[in-house]
Design a protein around this ligand. Structure first.
Ligand SMILES: Nc1nc2c(c(=O)[nH]1)N[C@H]1C(S)=C(S)[C@@H](COP(=O)(O)O)O[C@H]1N2
Ligand SMILES: [Mo]
Length: 321
């Protein structure tokens, strides 16, 4: 008798995907349900290659080197993901919903020249070219664990600088209570922005000032000792390792300092499923799946999820009285 015993992660992921994509999409094609079905919890194309990681044909590009001293403070308790896995399996809906295709669809994108705008409650609104900004910052490498709300994990050597330095550079006034961040809008270069027209492009996210200036919040401009590839958010993105991946907005064009909690992209698309705070918490299930475990991409191993992704020592005081 032939009995296939699936690995733990295969069952729920398949349930989430196939049912939602094929049933919901056809039945209720309203904006919200179409988006929920295709959403970050939704579309994973069937097939072991997709679930395991990058496509076979994919090889990382030889991008210009960008190295920086490793900050020994940030350690991980697992081997790093291969560059191929972390750059060949992505979520980036501006390009495509197929995680193993983002590298290919995003390749022609031109992330330079790139202007970043600082506005809202700042001493003086200003704009700066990304490379000018990078020159003014001192770069370091940090090993961080990245945990998507869909339960996949990669462990990555990012190159960048603390977001706190960026906030200091922007000089917000005392009225600023949140920072709102916005990605690019270039439908001609990003086919997901042409095809997924029900999404409220451009992608937008937000943080409290305490979160943005926490030492873990990291502005990323490189990975694996090279400049950031398009598929991971070139030329500049943020990484917030204690929050689900959707908070770590890619290809940022604007920082706006505001008084009120800003709206966020995935919350607006599926309000019941993706909240503003999005702290990693094994005890708080997503409405459609448990968050108690997670799967390490490429290795396929399932491990327990940790509160704040294991970064409680840095951030728990932000949320606990
Ligand atoms: N602009 C933009 N930023 C984004 C996304 C996106 O679709 N668009 N996806 C988010 C999600 S859901 C995840 S898991 C991470 C993936 O980052 P990675 O490709 O570096 O692993 O990017 C986040 N940032
Ligand atoms: Mo994600």
């Amino acid at each position: 008798m032939l009995i296939k015993i699936p690995k733990g992660w295969e069952i729920p992921e398949r349930e989430v995907t196939l049912e939602d994509v094929y049933l919901n999409r056809r039945k209720f094609l309203t904006r919200a349900t179409a988006a929920a079905a295709a959403g970050i919890g939704g579309l994973i194309l069937p097939g072991a290659a997709t679930l395991r990681g990058a496509r076979e044909e994919y090889q990382p590009l030889n991008l210009p080197p960008l190295t920086a001293p490793r900050n020994p403070e940030y350690k991980v308790d697992r081997p790093l993901s291969s560059e191929r896995a972390a750059t060949g399996y992505n979520n980036y809906y501006e390009f495509t919903e197929a995680k193993d295709q983002v590298w290919k669809v995003a390749e022609p994108f031109k992330p330079r020249p790139w202007e970043i705008e600082f506005k809202g409650h700042v001493e003086k609104p200003r704009k700066i070219d990304v490379d000018e900004l990078i020159k003014q910052m001192s770069l370091e490498e940090r090993l961080y664990r990245h945990r998507c709300v869909e339960r996949w994990v990669v462990i990555v050597p990012w190159v960048g600088f603390p977001m706190k330095k960026l906030v200091e550079w922007a000089k917000p006034t005392s009225q600023a209570r949140y920072v709102r961040m916005v990605s690019f809008f270039r439908p001609a270069q990003a086919e997901g922005q042409r095809k997924g027209t029900w999404y409220p492009w451009p992608y937008y996210e937000g943080l409290t000032m305490a979160e943005a200036t926490n030492e873990l919040a990291f502005m990323v401009v490189g990975m694996y000792g090279k400049i950031l590839p398009n598929q991971n958010g070139a030329p500049i993105r943020v990484h917030l390792p204690w929050k689900y991946g959707y908070k770590s907005i890619k290809a940022i064009t604007k920082f706006e300092f505001v008084e009120k909690q800003p709206p966020t992209f995935w919350h607006d698309v599926v309000p019941a499923e993706y909240d503003f705070q999005a702290n990693i918490n094994p005890n708080k299930p997503h409405p459609r799946w448990s968050q108690a475990t997670e799967r390490i991409v490429e290795i396929g191993e399932t491990v327990p999820t940790r509160l704040y992704n294991g970064y409680g020592k840095y951030v728990a005081q932000l949320y606990e009285p």
